[in-house]
Design a protein around this ligand. Structure first.
Ligand SMILES: NC(=O)c1ccc[n+]([C@@H]2O[C@H](COP(=O)([O-])OP(=O)(O)OC[C@H]3O[C@@H](n4cnc5c(N)ncnc54)[C@H](OP(=O)(O)O)[C@@H]3O)[C@@H](O)[C@H]2O)c1
Length: 283
């Protein structure tokens, strides 16, 4: 059972799973703000429940705190309780925004979380609620997700190609770009192992998942322009957040250690550049 089918990750999941094995739900069909979600799960009795839905507008979350909390945290309480009752697995996505980005080295799954903005706070609360209820769960903590469609950094940069103004991109924000296809492919592998019963019984927990490597927003933007042969100059800037009252603070540098997920699920992870090249077609 997949909810959030129309988001970046939701669409990718549909590409990697056979349609015969997947029941998909749009926001209208399964709305995390509604009280009927427990009944819908009861009706379908999924073996695995993948939650690709979330409140993802980082800036607006500061103004819509109640809504963000309902979708990113409270709903996970309802879902986890129901899944625990029917002994089903929850696969859920978390974010590097649960960290403050002040750690010099890689972040491990049990490092202390300290979100800098409400979006990160609401996601962190969701993770904690799932862990407390403790249905069978795999929380995948990822970063800088993009896809060929949707509101993401890659599309924002590509959209600048005909803009005549200077393009200025932060050179002091670091992270790992992750394609939604990369996540879907690895989720598919994990699900296969779960269904084949090769995960054992102690797998529940948080796992970092992104490609290998780290880059700055500026270098990533340059890489995107080079890849699509877009001949525009990008100016690196080192500015402080927030730049105006709508842009909230983000972690400056998060490198997610992937040791746990590689070892636990025997995954082979590629680096972010290969991931980009494999998943973003040149037009
Ligand atoms: N994007 C990133 O950089 C990033 C980084 C780390 C982790 N994540 C996590 O990855 C997961 C998937 O995000 P994504 O990047 O695929 O985001 P996305 O493209 O924004 O997809 C989220 C989907 O959830 C839907 N949704 C919003 N409110 C809902 C509700 N009340 N009930 C049901 N569906 C609702 C959205 O529909 P509408 O668009 O119609 O509102 C959208 O289709 C989220 O858990 C997110 O926190 C994302």
């Amino acid at each position: 059972m997949l909810v959030g089918k129309d988001g970046m990750i939701g669409k990718s999941i549909q590409k990697y799973f056979s349609a015969n094995n997947l029941i998909t739900f749009s926001k209208e069909q399964f709305n995390l703000e509604k009280t009927n979600i427990s009944k819908i799960i009861e009706m379908h009795q999924p073996q695995i429940f993948i939650n690709a839905a979330a409140y993802t507008n980082v800036n607006l979350a500061e103004k819509e705190k109640k809504k963000a909390k309902k979708i990113n945290a409270d709903a996970l309480g309802i879902i986890s309780k129901k899944l625990k009752k029917i002994n089903s697995l929850l696969i859920h996505f978390s974010t590097d925004y649960v960290y403050d980005g002040k750690k010099k080295f890689a972040y491990y799954e049990d490092d202390q979380t300290k979100p800098l903005q409400y979006y990160g706070f609401s996601k962190n609360l969701g993770d904690k609620i799932i862990s407390q209820i403790n249905c069978k769960h795999i929380i995948l903590r990822t970063s800088w997700v993009y896809s060929y469609f949707g509101n993401n950094f890659v599309n924002k940069i590509i959209d600048q190609k005909n803009n005549t103004k200077e393009i200025r991109v932060l050179n002091n924000e670091f992270g790992t770009p992750t394609s939604s296809n990369f996540l879907a492919k690895n989720v598919n592998e994990i699900c296969k192992k779960y269904i084949n019963d090769s995960l054992g019984s102690n797998f529940s927990g948080v796992y970092n998942l992104s490609p290998k490597g780290i880059t700055s927003r500026f270098k990533f933007a340059k890489f995107i322009f080079d890849y699509y042969n877009i001949d525009r100059k990008i100016i690196p800037i080192n500015s402080k957040f927030p730049t105006n009252d709508l842009i909230v603070e983000r972690p400056r540098k998060v490198y997610l250690s992937k040791k746990k997920i590689i070892k636990s699920f025997n995954l082979k992870l590629i680096n972010w550049k290969s991931d980009f090249i494999m998943n973003m077609k040149k037009n």
